[in-house]
Design a protein around this ligand. Structure first.
Ligand code: R5P
Length: 302
């Protein structure tokens, strides 16, 4: 088995923990935006007949899920057709288009499913992703026809970091009702029964977010606002602001996927967050938690 992917800390760590060789990649972008991801091999037959794990992460902030997806698809197809790997497993820690896991309005695509199908048609046998945002379809594996989908939780990595912070009487808050399952998961890791969820409504046309707050007594306590994704930061900022106003001692903003478009971080810090804790599912220099161990466990258990 060989790991193929950009030789960053994430992939070096992954390769060394699985105990396999890492083959580097170059992520080339042409001036018009077309992509040419290159597996850095010297000879065309270098990886012929090998079982490959391809690991690529989407860059945060400047992120473009469309480019990321095309890069991964081109690489899988190349590994299958020209490099001629015997089998290809793919690690996409942030699974793009997962939030479109439903047809919310007539005429919209069921993007999460179509993306899964593109990956398996390109040649992926297994797709590992972290905390895939699927609330409306049964499960990640059910998106695929042929490939195996493996959904690894990113919350233990956040909980590990939070645990080391010696929080004072932590209260875990989900910024919307969908996130209550994750608030419960993290509360259990931290050994507290105190968790709750606010209610969020998003205007499907404008994207505007309205959060309905539930009054909780967080005075003299540390509050952790927990979510899977921070994109514009609107959902997180609304919850952080409310908890701060209710008198929390410190407010931790913790999330798995730091997508962080435009001024998301400024919004969250401006709302009063004392500390940001995010995992390394995207390439972001601020990540304090790592999902590598959880991925290694899944891959080893295969
Ligand atoms: C959606 O329900 C997700 O769990 C996140 O709450 C959402 O994607 C965050 O988006 P934004 O940062 O744009 O508010």
């Amino acid at each position: 088995m060989i790991l193929v992917g950009p030789a960053d800390d994430f992939n070096q760590n992954l390769a060394s923990k699985i105990g396999i060789q890492l083959v580097d990649m170059q992520r080339r972008v042409f001036p018009d935006g077309e992509l040419c991801p290159r597996v850095l091999i010297d000879k065309e037959d270098q990886l012929r007949g090998k079982e490959i794990i391809l690991s690529m992460r989407m860059p945060s902030k400047s992120c473009n899920p469309n480019s990321y997806l095309v890069e991964v698809l081109l690489t899988i197809r190349n590994l299958r057709e020209h490099i001629r790997a015997s089998s290809i497993h793919v690690i996409m820690p942030y699974f793009p288009y997962a939030r479109q896991d439903n047809i919310f309005r007539p005429g919209e695509p069921l993007s999460a499913k179509y993306v899964a199908n593109l990956l398996e048609e390109a040649g992926a046998e297994t797709v590992y992703a972290v905390t895939v945002h699927l609330h409306r379809v049964g499960s990640f594996p059910s998106l695929f026809h042929k490939a195996q989908g493996v959904n690894v939780s990113g919350f233990p990595s956040l909980a590990d970091v939070l645990k080391r912070m010696n929080l004072v009487k932590p209260y875990i808050i989900a910024p919307d009702e969908e996130a209550i399952v994750w608030a419960k998961e993290v509360a259990e890791y931290l050994g507290t029964d105190d968790y709750t969820a606010f209610v969020k409504e998003r205007d499907v046309e404008t994207g505007e977010i309205k959060t309905t707050i539930k009054e909780i007594d967080v005075r003299d306590r540390d509050a952790v606002v927990i979510d899977d994704i921070v994109s514009t930061g609107g959902t997180m900022a609304n919850a952080v602001r409310a908890v701060k106003k209710m008198g929390a001692r410190r407010v931790y903003s913790a999330f798995v996927h730091p997508v962080l478009v435009s001024n998301a971080l400024d919004r969250i810090i401006g709302a009063g967050a004392n500390e940001i804790i995010a995992a390394d599912t995207l390439i972001w220099e601020g990540s304090k938690a790592s999902v590598v161990d959880q991925l290694v466990e899944e891959i080893r258990g295969k």
